[in-house]
Design a protein around this ligand. Structure first.
Ligand SMILES: Nc1ncnc2c1ncn2[C@@H]1O[C@H](COP(=O)(O)OP(=O)(O)OP(=O)(O)O)[C@@H](O)[C@H]1O
Length: 251
């Protein structure tokens, strides 16, 4: 059996007197889409921040690729291939698609003490990477600020995959998207997963979870109320886990 890419092992997080997460444990496998569900305040964002290195757990361990990891910040998580993709925050709005795709990794040619960007090659590489996950962005020279939320998301996901990302965290990725863009977003996730990347999607939308996730982890008041494979559960059971922390109501 494939070993997990990430194991969350007994993670607890306290903010003063508030316990946001209590002994949370579950595994995430490569090429798997896992939906993280829970009511407001259940602890989803806190868990995502811990996985992405934005906050340390109060106790417990993260084991990534077989080794215990402890991140001092998001840059350290990013260095091993874990990243949160937001719709806007990590793109530079007044730069074009290609510039955003290569941000900090530009291909430069040097000759006789001069250096210049290999624009044509970078554009081609960007085009191929976007096509590789089925993303539709017609004009690669358009500034990102002129693009739709869905297109920005596509650029970030393609960039993540292209530069060797292993585990991507999506926090309510469809919250600001319309119906068509949401459908495309779901298709993109499918493509990303097909590349062997693990995807954790936070969502309030049980329907989306059933459309995209292999497994669902439900948090309730900071604890894991249940972990279910999509084919072994029902809409009713997941809603019961979210609202009461127990599947008994759905039985
Ligand atoms: N920085 C903080 N300081 C104090 N308490 C916090 C902090 N961050 C989160 N909490 C508390 O931890 C608990 C879990 O919050 P969290 O934001 O992780 O939940 P969530 O499931 O993401 O909720 P939502 O769906 O509303 O975003 C809540 O009780 C929240 O008030």
């Amino acid at each position: 059996m494939t070993p997990p890419l990430l194991s969350i092992d007994n993670v607890t997080k306290r903010y003063g007197a508030v316990t946001a997460l209590e002994r949370v444990s579950f595994d995430v496998y490569p090429g798997e889409v896992l939906a993280l569900l829970g009511d407001n305040g259940a602890g989803k964002s806190t868990l995502i921040k811990i996985i992405a290195g934005a906050q340390p757990p109060s106790s417990g361990r993260l084991i990534f690729d077989g080794r215990e990891v402890s991140f001092a910040g998001p840059a350290e998580a990013k260095a091993v291939g874990i990243e949160t993709v937001y719709q806007d925050l990590s793109l530079c709005p007044n730069a074009d698609v290609v510039a955003n795709f290569f941000m900090g990794r530009e291909r430069v040619r040097r000759f006789l003490g001069l250096e210049w960007l290999q624009e044509r090659a970078m554009e081609e590489e960007t085009r191929e990477a976007l096509a590789g996950i089925g993303a539709r962005v017609p004009n690669l020279r358009a500034k990102v600020e002129t693009l739709s939320g869905g297109q920005r998301q596509a650029i970030e996901l393609a960039r993540f995959v292209h530069w060797g990302g292993r585990l991507v965290l999506l926090d309510e990725p469809f919250a600001a998207l319309g119906v068509t863009q949401t459908r495309r977003g779901l298709e993109l996730i499918e493509q990303v997963r097909a590349r062997g990347v693990a995807v954790i999607v936070i969502t309030h939308n049980v329907l989306h979870a059933f459309q995209v996730a292999d497994r669902m982890v439900v948090l309730h008041q900071g604890r894991v109320a249940g972990v279910r494979r999509r084919q072994d559960t029902s809409h009713e059971e997941i809603v019961a886990l979210i609202t009461t922390g127990s599947a008994a109501m759905a039985a």
